[in-house]
Write a protein that binds this ligand. Structure first.
Ligand code: ADP
Ligand code: MG
Length: 697
């Protein structure tokens, strides 16, 4: 049913609901779940407020309102709220006109919000509280747990607030007394001991008690994640069945000569295990589509090299694509040094490769005399044609999207095997969904002899001590990175900070040590030259913006100083820190911040100082930021529009849902069994709008 025909809505409000919340039908309305529940049985006193209360309910009156600031941007509206035990300040930055019109002095309100402590004034305040008149507390159902619905400013201006949503949904539920049909097969509901759909959908909006609410949430979260996993697994199965892969049965001279005669070190157990997984894929006749996850410095490059040799041994070519010119060049140098002695021809192709060289490379690719091509995205240009590409390796995946991966596929008549390597630790829960269509291998072990990096937090004001410590390291022959965040102002990137930092470093170390700078505004040639000086050891200090974030390998660099560390996200800090600790020396990471840190920033800094485990950090990052911000999710091609489940919090339910989906798909890949009719139809409804990435990712 269209929303406009739902009692209490009508055409005008239906339009607002469509535009603001993307709700179009009665079913959309029913699955617009409360984002939070207020325990109405507990009303706090203002004097009871202390530091660790997320959201609370208060009851009282406003005594004073005041408008501050001028101009659209700086305007704020303040009100003092009291319940007789104390006073708390409320503040609004937006929707001020609506608040002025609808909220009045000396009337009793129920106020709901998150108190925040202000160090400056030593008092609490609540920004944008939710308010409801205490007199006409009008839903005629006895409840202690009340659902709160997200609404927008525009909706609030039309009096379509949380209360309105609640009333409308209640009226709809009371009118439709027949049970809503089940959306999961009975055997799953039984097996998983789930609440039935009809009860769950009613209880999620109007829970009779906390236990029912928990069961309703469990049922609906499970269902949501289950269908997501079922969809991913079916796509995965279909791809496996439809696409024949190149068969690489042989391990031959290239591999053996290199492995037994040239390998500069013993592989770690994790590297060996991953190679076995890759070998099994490429020997199976299926097309490999594998994600290789390994923390920075875990030795992914060597796995890539050995994988390429397997292709070469079977008469195929290989390519490896890196996101930046610096990285591609570094790969080219180390790979050619290792492979040329065993007769493998390696070339480098980037945006700056000269025409003559490029023509030469094109020709050698087509006649097959070139075995391994290393490069940037220049590799996927249409005029780059291989004679027979067997494996495409993509390094540092999050810089490339699905679309680029698909272009690599087209480089051969039969799609080549694809290995995607990433150092961004992806929490298991996220990998399961975002990369649900890729097989995942993990290198979870660092090469031996690495000392864990020591991470230290320093305030801006402790700079003198920091400079002394840096000098100590330089005197021991070490090199140092100093990194600045890129600051965006009015859509322009500002380079003042890094430039000033460069001058400061020159002033502090100038005559004795060589300082270079790299940032995004410099010409590629100059950037390259500065970087090269640091890599060769000629320069001792590299002052840079985050361009060095990914992949650069300078084992002699043992100190990473991160300026304005509060401006970086956790995974970025971790990536940056991964630039040091690559040699045998004790390495340090120094996080420099100003004095005023928010609670979340404080947490980020603490986590960095406590652990170097990339997966632990990724989990923490997911908790702090939510999955929407995670690097990688945007490019996955999968819209993660979850209504109720959270990847950050519902890892266990996700695992259950995944196991359940896997069991079903293994038994009935096309969902043809009678008992799975519901599943097939439901997938159609839920995912018909989505692009079918499974064919190309
Ligand atoms: P990443 O996974 O970050 O790409 P690299 O492949 O650059 O890591 O490897 C980091 C460093 O560790 C390199 O200097 C590499 O030569 C070295 N390395 C890799 N594997 C081993 C190993 N098994 N034993 C010792 N050193 C290794
Ligand atoms: Mg690497």
């Amino acid at each position: 049913m269209e929303l406009t025909y739902v009692p209490g809505i009508g055409p005008k409000r239906a339009e607002v609901l469509a535009n603001e919340l993307n709700l179009h039908s009665d079913e959309d309305l029913l699955t617009y779940f409360p984002y939070r529940y207020v325990d109405k049985s507990k009303i706090y006193k203002i004097k009871e407020i202390n530091g660790d209360m997320p959201f609370i309910l208060l009851r009282g009156q406003f005594t004073v309102f005041e408008e501050q600031g001028t101009g659209f941007k700086n305007m704020r509206y303040k009100g003092l709220f009291t319940d007789g035990t104390g006073i708390i300040e409320c503040v609004w930055f937006q929707g001020i006109r609506y608040i002025k019109e609808s909220v009045h002095k000396n009337q009793e309100y129920l106020l709901f919000g998150a108190p925040k402590y202000n160090d400056f004034s030593h008092s609490y305040s609540i920004a944008h509280p939710e308010l409801e008149s205490a007199e006409k507390n009008g839903v005629d159902v006895m409840q202690t747990l009340m659902g709160m619905y997200n609404t927008t400013e525009k909706m609030k201006r039309m009096y379509m607030n949380s209360k309105f949503m609640q009333r409308t949904i209640l009226a709809y539920l009371q009118k439709n007394i027949n049970p809503f049909p089940e959306t999961l097969p009975a055997y799953i509901v039984d097996q998983m001991h789930l609440m039935n759909y009809n009860t769950a959908i009613r209880q999620i909006h109007f829970p009779a008690n906390p236990d029912n609410l928990r069961k309703a949430q469990m049922r609906l979260k499970f269902e949501e994640l289950f269908y997501l996993e079922l969809y991913l697994m079916r796509s995965f199965k279909m791809r496996q069945q439809n696409i024949a892969g190149l068969l690489f049965p042989r391990i031959g001279d290239y591999f053996n000569n290199f492995y037994y005669k040239c390998l500069p070190f013993e592989l770690t157990g994790a590297q060996k295990r991953v190679l076995k997984e890759i070998r099994a894929d490429m020997g199976s006749g299926k097309q490999m589509n594998r994600l290789l996850q390994g923390d920075v410095g875990s030795g992914k490059t060597m796995v890539a090299i050995l994988t390429m040799l397997m292709a070469l041994d079977n008469g195929f070519q290989a390519c490896i694509m890196a996101p930046t010119e610096i990285l591609a060049t570094q790969h080219y140098e180390s790979i050619s040094k290792m492979l040329e002695p065993i007769g493998v021809r390696v070339e480098l192709l980037t945006g700056t490769t000269r025409k003559k060289k490029r023509d030469e490379i094109h020709a050698a690719l087509e006649d097959g005399s070139l075995h391994v091509l290393v490069g940037t995205h220049a590799l996927i240009e249409p005029d780059v044609k291989f004679r027979n590409l067997g494996i495409a390796i993509i390094d540092e995946q999050h810089r490339f999207g699905v679309e680029q991966r698909s272009k690599l596929w087209m480089k051969n008549v039969r799609p080549p095997h694809v290995l995607v390597m990433t150092a961004t630790p992806i929490p298991r829960t996220l990998a399961m969904t975002v990369y649900g269509d890729l097989d995942v291998s993990v290198i979870d072990e660092l090469p031996p002899g690495r000392k864990p990096i020591q991470t230290i937090h320093r305030w801006d004001q402790q700079r003198e001590g920091l400079i002394r410590a840096m000098r100590g390291q330089l005197e021991q022959g070490r090199q140092i990175y100093v990194v600045y965040p890129l600051i965006e102002e009015n859509q322009k990137l500002k380079y003042h900070d890094v430039e000033r930092g460069f001058e400061n470093m020159q002033a502090a170390f100038g005559p004795d040590y060589h300082v270079v700078m790299v940032h995004g505004k410099m010409k590629p040639k100059d950037k390259e030259a500065a970087m090269q000086r640091f890599v060769s050891g000629e320069a001792h200090i590299l002052v840079a913006t985050t361009v060095i974030e990914v992949g650069v390998n300078v084992p002699n660099a043992s100190v990473m100083v991160i300026e304005s560390a509060e401006r970086f996200g956790l995974s970025q800090l971790h990536q940056l820190r991964g630039r040091v600790g690559r040699g045998a020396d004790q390495s340090y990471c120094v996080l420099v911040t100003g004095y005023e840190l928010s609670r979340d920033t404080r947490k980020r800094i603490d986590i960095m100082c406590e652990t170097t485990d990339g997966f632990e950090i990724a989990e923490a990052d997911l908790q702090l930021r939510g999955p929407g911000d995670m690097e990688g999710t945007q490019q996955s091609g999968l819209a993660l529009d979850l209504h109720i489940a959270s990847l950050a919090k519902d890892g266990q339910i996700l695992q259950l849902a995944r196991d359940c989906a896997k069991e079903i798909i293994d038994k009935d890949p096309m969902l043809e069994a009678q008992q799975n009719n519901i599943l097939r139809n439901r997938l159609q409804v839920l995912f018909s709008k989505k692009v079918d990435w499974s064919r190309i990712s």
